[in-house]
Design a protein around this ligand. Structure first.
Ligand code: 48F
Length: 257
């Protein structure tokens, strides 16, 4: 067989366009491919939802690759151990209630299961805005990350979504756009973004679950973004809350549809 570069190019272009066309109208659009977004994508796609996940960076996994300070091990507490089992991530007990897992194994396992479950994952794509109709977020405005990075004057494209999840981590990027541009109250006491507080792992892990919820019509928030939105503290390199939050947001969306 003689390999033809043009066939290779056409194969990539056609197959990618199929994927992108499919993603122009989804049940759930997830912004951010860190642990919480990927876990949510897995549970939603496994339940038969049409899911697209957009990640700004070339690599998925968000803040999980680097463990703590680039020591690529993560800590997961007892409550979230069952999620490590779901994704077949090997772990070891460090001391009672604390488990460690290899960060690379954790990211690749969750990512692989999300993709196998049928979620369409778009890396190198940034969400720069939302679409709003009658007081509800109904879609996302997307562009290539290199366009954003180079500051090129290139208009984006838009996709429709039944629900949007902000799993952008510390940045709360979708919520910031909504606060800045839309006449919409968030479900915080002030109706505005509160912003994250300094490190307190115990409190933060608990609050991550409480703060995982619908935050305005059409938009849910999960992971570190949920804590930042509601004024919860950061938790550092313990990842049980992120995994449980990803599952919780999927359950909330499934229960509402
Ligand atoms: O930060 P990130 O890993 O969020 P997470 O799932 O997990 C947080 C932990 O990693 C850690 C922690 C506790 O253990 O505090 O930080 O809540 O992943 C967020 C992802 O969203 C991407 C970003 O590149 C990262 O990979 N992202 C952020 N803004 C956008 C985006 C955007 N506008 N469009 C697309 N992707």
């Amino acid at each position: 067989m003689v390999l033809d570069e043009i066939v290779i190019s056409k194969a990539i272009i056609e197959r990618f366009l199929e994927k992108l066309l499919q993603a122009t109208d989804v049940d759930v659009a997830i912004v951010g491919g860190g642990p919480s977004g990927l876990v949510a994508a897995y549970y939603l796609a496994s339940a038969g939802k049409k899911v697209a996940l957009f990640e700004r960076k070339l690599s998925l996994g968000g803040g999980m690759w680097g463990g703590g300070m680039m020591f690529n091990e993560i800590v997961v507490q007892d409550e979230a151990r069952e999620i490590l089992d779901v994704f077949d991530i090997r772990y070891r007990e460090y001391q009672q209630g604390y488990y460690t897992a290899d960060a690379v194994l954790a990211v690749t396992s969750i990512c692989s299961q999300a993709a196998r479950a049928g979620a369409s994952i778009f890396n190198c794509v940034s969400v720069e805005d939302v679409m709003i109709r009658e007081g509800r977020v109904t879609g996302l405005v997307i562009n290539w990350s290199p366009v954003e990075m180079a500051g090129l004057h290139v208009d984006p494209l838009t996709i429709a979504a039944g629900s949007v999840i902000d799993t952008t981590g510390h940045a709360t990027e979708v919520l910031k756009v909504i606060e800045r541009k839309a006449d919409m109250q968030l479900a915080t006491p002030s109706g505005k973004l509160v912003g994250e507080r300094s490190m307190w792992a115990e409190k933060a892990e608990r609050l991550t679950m409480d703060n995982t919820r619908q935050i305005c019509p059409g938009v849910y928030v999960a992971g570190m973004s949920a804590n930042a939105a509601f004024g919860g503290p950061r938790m550092g390199p313990i990842f049980g809350g992120m995994l449980l939050s990803g599952r919780k947001v999927a359950e909330l969306i499934l229960a509402s549809s």
